[in-house]
Write a protein that binds this ligand. Structure first.
Ligand SMILES: [Zn+2]
Length: 99
């Protein structure tokens, strides 16, 4: 194997082209640093992005549910059973549930 560079993370030597050190640093790193630092950092970034996306989806779903719930309660208050039924259907509420 031919040594071609210095790892930008540990300062050791890497072989061939080394590994991409992003998102830890910009530059090339050794295979050990890729395993110890770069891959875990990439996994953390993916997890963070996934959580952020899921939070946005959950917020949208919550807003939509709250909107339907509000309409349902208003309709019930106004004794508009047809609208109440449509709203409760959209919330997947069962008829047995009575507030
Ligand atoms: Zn290294």
């Amino acid at each position: 194997m031919k040594i071609t560079g210095k790892c930008c993370i540990c300062g050791g030597k890497y072989v061939n082209y080394g590994k991409n050190s992003a998102p830890i640093k910009s530059g090339r790193c050794c295979a050990d640093c890729e395993t110890k630092f770069v891959i875990p950092a990439k996994i953390r970034e993916i997890c963070k992005a996934t959580l952020k996306r899921q939070r946005k989806i959950a917020e949208r779903e919550f807003d939509s549910m709250l909107d339907s719930m509000t309409k349902w309660l208003e309709a019930r208050k106004n004794a508009n059973e047809k609208t109440a039924k449509n709203c409760s259907d959209s919330l997947n509420l069962y008829d047995e549930i009575d507030f």
